[in-house]
Design a protein around this ligand. Structure first.
Ligand code: FA5
Length: 333
């Protein structure tokens, strides 16, 4: 029996030393020292020894081996508990120095860059910048722009209405043209103003359309302003924004708030054309709605899509990509 005790003690000590977790130590503790463990069964078999001396010698050896095992388990527990604690602390540690040591620089969004560049170009041409509200009244978005309630051109703007007052009189502006009226009502001519901003339409997103997009409105009111001033301004702008290899043209069109009206296209260096916006001579009814006398003042207005310009300038195929929030796409510009 003494040999057996020694063998169990030695193999036990070895396994304790190799244990890598507190769970494993608990299992070994039960297996060796527990009520149904190896040492408990040795104790039971003491009774079967023949002489008192044998019992005494085996009992002492058993107690000594059990004490050795108990000590080894306790010591290994301390080591494993410390390792476990270090591991948990490392896993839960918040590395607050990370941002300081590896800063990542962001930059303005593609559309914001185009917006700011447009402002720079027009400020260089002598214009000032104004802005208006995104939630507008029917009066500013339609009525004052020569589109009374029954006007068929209203249906060309897929309007998003608010439920404020429930009569369709408060809406999300469908274009930046209402800011023309707000400017005329508050600024004494001569007026050389641009009005960039966000606009909303119930348009289904596709490669060239978004339901929320951006326009830049232009308004010039002075004495004896003609269509030639409009064409010259648009061409100067085209070259300043896109580069000297681009030209522009006006194509006859219809807008209720300008007469005559035109669509404004630019020609790429490869000879192809792309439509960027609308323009024309401010309609007398619009001047009147803005509180100006059409006999004294004349002017032109234009409205371009900023998103389409950003798309064109950077060769982006699908306007939706600019809003996908895919950092790999946005970081290219
Ligand atoms: C207008 O909104 C007129 N207010 C422009 C205007 C101003 C004409 C002043 C005359 C005088 P239109 O609906 O065509 O016009 O829109 C102008 C430009 O906005 C378009 O040429 C296009 O570049 C852009 N645009 C229109 N709808 C969308 C859309 N869903 N997504 C992105 N860009 C759009």
């Amino acid at each position: 029996m003494l040999d057996e005790v020694t063998a169990v003690r030695d193999s036990g000590l070895q396994r304790i030393e190799l244990a890598t977790s507190l769970d494993e130590i608990d299992r070994l503790d039960a297996e060796l020292l527990g009520k149904k463990g190896a040492f408990a069964s040795f104790k039971t078999s003491l009774a079967s020894l023949a002489t008192v001396d044998e019992k005494k010698a085996a009992g002492q050896a058993l107690n000594a081996a059990a004490a050795t095992i108990t000590g080894a388990i306790g010591a290994r527990r301390v080591v494993l508990a410390a390792a476990e604690r270090t591991r948990v602390l490392a896993a839960e540690r918040l590395d607050l120095t990370e941002e300081l040591t590896a800063p990542r620089r962001g930059h303005a969004h593609l559309v914001t860059q185009a917006w700011e560049r447009l402002e720079d170009v027009f400020i260089g041409l002598g214009f000032q910048v104004a802005e208006g509200p995104e939630v507008e009244t029917d009066f500013y978005n339609f009525e004052a722009l020569n589109m009374p309630r029954s006007h068929p051109a209203r249906s060309g703007f897929d309007t998003l209405f608010t439920d404020y007052r429930d009569d369709g009189s408060v809406l999300l502006r469908t274009h930046t043209s209402p800011v023309q009226i707000r400017v005329m009502q508050t600024v004494e001519p001569p007026i050389y103003m641009i009005m960039p901003g966000r606009v909303f339409r119930r348009d289904t997103p596709d490669a060239t359309h978004m339901p929320v997009f951006h326009q830049i409105e232009g308004l010039v009111i002075d004495r004896d302003i003609t269509m030639a001033h409009l064409a010259g301004t648009i061409d100067a702008f085209t070259k300043a924004f896109f580069g000297g290899a681009f030209t522009s043209r006006l194509r006859p069109n219809y807008f209720p708030f300008t007469e005559p009206s035109a669509e404004f296209d630019i020609q790429r260096p490869d000879g192809t054309w792309i439509e960027l916006g609308g323009c024309g001579m401010v309609h007398p009814n619009v001047l009147r709605a803005g509180g100006l006398d059409p006999e004294q003042w004349s002017g032109f207005a234009f409205g371009f899509g900023i998103d389409r310009m950003a798309r064109e300038r950077h060769g982006v195929e699908d306007i939706r990509d600019m809003y996908s929030n895919d950092i790999r796409f946005v970081e290219q510009f």
